[in-house]
Design a protein around this ligand. Structure first.
Ligand SMILES: *[C@@H]1O[C@H](CO)[C@@H](O)[C@H](O)[C@H]1NC(C)=O
Ligand SMILES: *[C@@H]1O[C@H](CO)[C@@H](O)[C@H](O)[C@H]1NC(C)=O
Ligand SMILES: *[C@@H]1O[C@H](CO)[C@@H](O)[C@H](O)[C@H]1NC(C)=O
Length: 520
């Protein structure tokens, strides 16, 4: 049994990225080569063409490793006297939509030379979770990891008016969707300068994802893959689940997005009973814009989430058998057991966080924390399959995180290409079914480094910005020196001295190991 790097680093936390890469490099027959060579071979794939064992390993790194340290002069964040003001944001949505918003908030604070107030998480949404940022994330780690990037405060400061201390009142703005950098450095900055603090709400998708500055994009990776670490209790629960699953060999995780909200959003309702359809239509009316949605058409353009049965058929076509150990990350599945039955018949070894977790898990894993545990288990599993990556922030962020975290295998079905194959099967033309499925599946990337091509979001693939090569052909790809954070530390110190502001020095080994450690 192969022991994945993830498990080790969860226990020890400080495994250098090199070790992860070394593990990846040990994988000799590479999935990358295998998948790219399929473009050369012609039509037919038999079961023996897919070596299912390869799908349990990480993809070949091809000489690349993750690195999001700055590669050019990176000035320290403003001091207390230099800051342009305080930035407050209120994130909304599920765990991962909020995670992306936190990354955006850090970037926004950086480009405005502002002091970031610890982002507020949505507490009264769908998730009914009151824990907030400090209930989910490790705050000291967050602040420490980003100390070269932004000033972070836990709250807006008090101001003294008429000898009374009052919280500085932040000027509230509703930012435009995907606002540009210029919006932040003009409109928002002007208000910040005149009021001392601004409050951006709602704050989801409020900063353009494509920013043409690799240093800024690398900052996003530092936030997403290094600074944002879940609290110790969440890490511990996740680690217990992963260890338990690993003790029986390798395991796969599947994000089975077959929940009411997503099905209503996608509008793929024909497979449900009239009663279920009524529920979905009602939910859709109440939550989403009206739009005529024709099932067949939606399906053909890849907009329908895969059913559990379809997921099972894909896995079987790839050669996974009924001994495969599967962890399901999912909310409540819509349509109940009827949809799970055919999947369970193919893959009986199914687990989820209630079936495998420690006894008291239920209490700990409601709302965002439960989603966080699922996230960690999916990040550390030997391979991962999202069934709906469209607007699913959970799947998207994991795809990107697994790539960063040592090119971990991710099986992403191309729903659009698969739809006609499933539709043929439903009307009885089953000839060559598995071979056709394999043909589609072998054309997708499964975790190796590959260039991001629009409209692929940065979130799912931060290559090339957040990756580098030790021995590059192209100088721009070269890995920054290992002591980059020492360099920054010195810069930081000398500027502090100039300003004669007292800051407690933190140990260097700490910051260095944090830099290139591929943190979770
Ligand atoms: C932020 O500070 C840097 C210098 O550290 C400066 O070059 C930049 O123009 C400042 N930006 C804003 C918006 O104040
Ligand atoms: C798994 O499949 C084999 C045949 O390939 C069958 O003999 C066995 O009973 C199945 N096991 C389970 C648990 O369904
Ligand atoms: C988790 O697994 C248990 C036991 O197999 C099952 O009863 C429960 O419904 C599952 N929960 C979810 C959310 O699928």
């Amino acid at each position: 049994m192969r022991r994945g790097p993830g498990e080790a680093s969860l226990r020890r936390r400080r495994v250098p990225a090199r070790l992860l890469v070394a593990v990846a490099a040990l994988v000799t027959c590479t999935i990358w080569l295998w998948s790219s060579s399929t473009d050369l071979t012609l039509t037919s794939y038999k079961a023996q063409d897919v070596d299912v064992n390869k799908l349990w390993r990480t993809a070949n790194s091809n000489g690349w490793r993750a690195s999001s340290a700055p590669r050019s002069y990176w000035p320290p964040p403003p001091t207390e006297s230099e800051t342009n003001g305080y930035l407050r944001v209120r994130c909304n949505g599920g765990l991962n939509q909020q995670r992306t918003a936190i990354c955006n908030a850090v970037v926004a604070a950086r480009i405005m030379n502002a002091t970031l107030v610890l982002p507020e998480l949505d507490t009264n949404s769908f998730w009914r979770d009151e824990s907030g940022f400090i209930g989910i994330y490790d705050v000291p780690h967050f602040i420490k990891t980003l100390k070269y990037d932004v000033r972070i405060a836990t709250s807006v400061p008090d101001i003294i008016t008429n000898r009374k201390a009052k919280k500085l009142k932040a000027y509230q703005i509703r930012p435009p969707r995907d606002a540009s950098v210029t919006w932040y450095t003009t409109v928002a900055l002007e208000k910040m300068k005149s009021y001392g603090a601004i409050y951006l709400t709602p704050f989801s998708h409020r900063l353009a994802e494509d920013i043409n500055d690799p240093e800024i994009q690398r900052l996003r990776c530092r936030v997403n893959y290094h600074a944002l670490r879940f609290k110790p209790n969440i890490m511990k629960t996740s680690s217990e689940i992963v260890n338990k699953l690993r003790s029986e060999g390798h395991f796969m995780s599947i994000h089975l997005r077959f929940e009411m909200d997503m099905l209503a959003f996608a509008g793929c309702i024909d497979i449900f009973t009239p009663q279920e359809q009524k529920i979905l239509i009602k939910y859709r009316k109440e939550n989403f814009a009206e739009k005529e949605l024709v099932y067949r058409e939606r399906r053909l353009i890849g907009k329908c989430p895969l059913t559990p049965e379809e997921v099972g058929l894909i896995l079987r076509a790839l050669g996974f058998d009924n001994t495969t150990h599967i962890y399901l990350a999912s909310g409540e599945l819509f349509g109940g057991k009827r949809f799970m039955r055919p999947f369970k018949a193919m893959f009986p070894r199914l687990e989820n966080h209630s079936s495998v977790g420690p006894g008291k898990l239920e209490e700990n894993t409601r709302g965002l924390a439960g989603s966080a545990v699922d996230y960690m288990v999916c990040l550390l599993s030997d391979n991962f399959m999202p069934t709906y990556d469209g607007p699913s922030n959970f799947a998207n962020n994991l795809i990107g995180h697994r790539l960063y975290y040592g090119f971990r295998t991710t099986i992403t079905p191309n729903r659009k290409a698969l739809a006609p194959i499933f539709m043929d099967r439903e009307v009885g033309s089953t000839a060559g079914f598995e071979e056709r499925v394999r043909q589609v599946m072998m054309k997708t990337y499964i975790g190796g480094p590959h260039k991001r091509i629009h409209p692929e979001p940065f979130n799912t693939n931060s290559w090339p910005e957040c990756f580098c090569q030790e021995n590059p052909r192209n100088h721009a790809d070269k890995c920054p020196p290992d002591n980059i954070y020492e360099v920054l530390e010195n810069q930081f110190r000398s500027e502090e001295n100039e300003e004669s502001i007292e800051v407690k020095a933190t140990s260097q080994t700490d910051s260095i190991s944090q830099t290139e450690e591929t943190v979770i």
